[in-house]
Ligand binder design. Structure first.
Ligand SMILES: Cc1cc2nc3c(=O)[nH]c(=O)nc-3n(C[C@H](O)[C@H](O)[C@H](O)COP(=O)(O)O)c2cc1C
Length: 176
């Protein structure tokens, strides 16, 4: 088999990377943090559960974005997992440079982090381990509080928001 030398392979450009990864269907969440009494937030789909014991998750945040700076400086952040009724909020918090919270009622979790009301789940976290990775910062957070409710999730596929349909029935017995 002909193996290509990685050093001689042309780099995958950002647009191609985005299109390829767009085939991976995800949910949609908003990361929030506050600094100096100012709340910041951004839409993310890089959210991943990392460990159950201790409870850890990660998000990849654009280096230097306002929310990223607030997360790093405060050491605290919240994740609000959006329902399919919150698409407009997802679009609003994805607009670069916009005042995302302007005109929105602010809500705070028990630990004082700003959260998105009526989200399917709200997880308040302490920053455990920020790792620079290219133009992003991988932020591992220790989950200090986790609330959730019933509802339909908002999905993201192929660069668009989508509906995730459920299959009726109980979870398979291998899922424990
Ligand atoms: C569905 C979706 C998922 C996104 N996921 C991420 C993400 O995981 N990390 C990230 O840094 N930006 C992500 N973005 C882009 C940010 O939401 C956007 O750049 C945000 O407005 C940055 O905030 P700023 O104005 O403070 O720079 C995503 C956007 C969309 C629409």
């Amino acid at each position: 088999m002909n193996v290509v030398d990685p050093a001689r392979v042309e780099a995958v450009d950002p647009a191609r990377m985005r299109r390829a990864m767009g085939h991976f269907t995800t949910g949609v969440a908003i990361v929030t943090a506050s600094i100096g009494g100012q709340a910041h937030g951004m839409t993310v789909n890089s959210l991943t559960s990392v460990a159950l014991d201790p409870p850890l998750l990660l998000v990849c945040l654009t280096a230097g974005a306002r929310t990223t700076t607030a997360v790093e400086a405060s050491g605290r952040f919240a994740i609000s997992i959006l329902s399919n009724r919150q698409e407009r909020l997802a679009a609003r918090f994805a607009r670069r440079g916009a005042e995302h919270f302007e005109g929105l009622p602010l809500a705070y979790g028990e630990l004082g982090t700003p959260v998105v009301p009526d989200a399917l789940a709200q997880l308040e976290c302490a920053v455990e381990n920020p790792v620079p990775a290219g133009d992003h910062l991988v932020v591992i957070g220790r989950v200090l509080r986790a609330e959730f409710r019933e509802g339909e999730p908002l999905g993201f596929f192929g660069g668009r928001f989508c509906t995730v349909t459920d299959r009726p029935g109980s979870p398979p017995d291998w899922f424990c």
